[in-house]
Write a protein that binds this ligand. Structure first.
Ligand code: ZN
Length: 363
């Protein structure tokens, strides 16, 4: 059987991009008037030091002091939460090229994901290309494809057990990181695709780098701690680290797009889809903010509670999103575009659970 060629969805080209043009003009003016760089600033670099320092301290505490499990579990949990935080704040900005104006620093920040067990090469296609361009387009956006166990979008097949998915989703979210590290990265590597979308051909150096990082991660997080702590204490700790990282990473990305207020676009593989909205409006209709007044969440989540601004301006560092949000809201008001924001983390979780419940019960 010949393979159906992937045809990328297109964004209402005939309508032009009046909204995005106006918004970009205002955002550029903001940076010019305040004479600041849209990339990371000193605050981000201090946070980078705190997160990486904390991660190294917890890791070295584990493998050098080799404490009993009554102490070690706290270090494993800290490693899990710091894995998520480094992903949100350092890797994510670096991979988007927004961490610094220096490309080598962006590359270094982006490569932190390799150190945490996932490949930057796969991440850039999955996240920067597929998720950011085709947000909530069913069958293309890999973030809303969690396999048969979860039905996240209306065009996905409904199975009987989905009616309980709003009860068991957290257990699956907790497995995301481990699944990613042991399976999905390799699936992407060997198939050369993220879902339907082809990954750019890897150079010989990139192939070597993929495997070298995987080997390093295995040595650092499996081999060495297993040797120092013993098999069962390592297994318990590694699961705790992986599950805490997986749950936090999943829930934060899902709250931004998989809620009752977000829209989903069906797509038929092999056919050309043209969306009704220009790209920027499509991003706003598929994305939500949450808990933007929480100083702790804004710090810890690397601005991913400001996903609307992130999706509109992924190449601007998250440290600027609270200020950009005012400009985006004002422009949405003038263009009559609905801007979705949950006041609290809990209200976003409620909407996510409600969406999962609806998808589990509706045909
Ligand atoms: Zn992103």
């Amino acid at each position: 059987m010949s393979e159906i060629r992937f045809r990328a969805p297109r964004f209402a080209p005939k309508a032009g991009q009046p909204f995005y043009q106006e918004l970009t003009k205002r955002v550029n003016a903001y940076f010019e008037q305040n004479n600041i760089s849209p990339k990371g600033n000193a605050k981000l670099y201090v946070k980078t030091g705190v997160l990486i320092g904390g991660f190294l301290a917890a890791y070295l505490g584990l493998v050098l002091a080799a404490p009993g499990f009554e102490v070690a579990w706290m270090l494993w949990l800290a490693l899990g939460l710091l894995t998520a935080a480094i992903g949100f704040n350092i890797m994510h900005d670096g991979a988007h090229g927004s961490f610094s104006k220096h490309n080598w620093l962006n590359e270094m920040a982006g490569h932190s994901v390799n150190f945490l067990g996932a490949s930057i090469l796969m991440w850039k296609t999955k996240h920067n290309t597929v998720h950011h361009t085709f947000t909530n387009i069913e069958g293309v956006d890999d973030d809303i494809d969690a396999g048969a166990m979860l039905r996240m979008a209306p065009s996905q097949e409904r199975r009987g057990f989905h009616r309980f998915q709003h009860l068991y989703f957290s257990a699956l979210y907790a497995l995301l990181y481990i699944y990613w590290v042991v399976y999905t990265d390799y699936k992407k590597y060997f198939s050369g695709k993220v879902g339907q979308v082809p990954i750019p051909k890897l150079t010989r150096f990139q192939h070597i780098s993929f495997w070298a990082w995987k080997a390093l991660h295995l040595g650092l997080f499996v081999g060495l701690p297993m040797w120092k702590l013993g098999f069962l204490p390592w297994l318990g700790g590694f699961m705790l680290m992986g599950m805490s990282a997986g749950f936090v990473l999943s829930i934060v990305f899902q709250l931004a797009h998989v809620v009752t207020e977000a829209s989903f676009t069906p797509y038929v593989h092999g056919e050309t889809l043209e969306t009704e909205d220009e790209w920027a409006i499509h991003q706003i209709k598929t994305t939500a903010n949450f808990a933007t007044k929480s100083r702790f969440l804004t710090w810890f989540l690397g601005g991913l509670n400001f996903q609307v601004e992130h999706h509109l301006f992924p190449r601007i560092s998250h440290v600027h999103y609270p200020d950009l949000a005012k400009i985006v809201k004002q422009t949405c008001d003038e263009f009559n575009v609905t801007y979705t924001e949950f006041k609290t983390f809990a209200s976003a979780v409620r909407s996510h659970v409600q969406h999962l419940r609806m998808m589990g019960q509706m045909a």
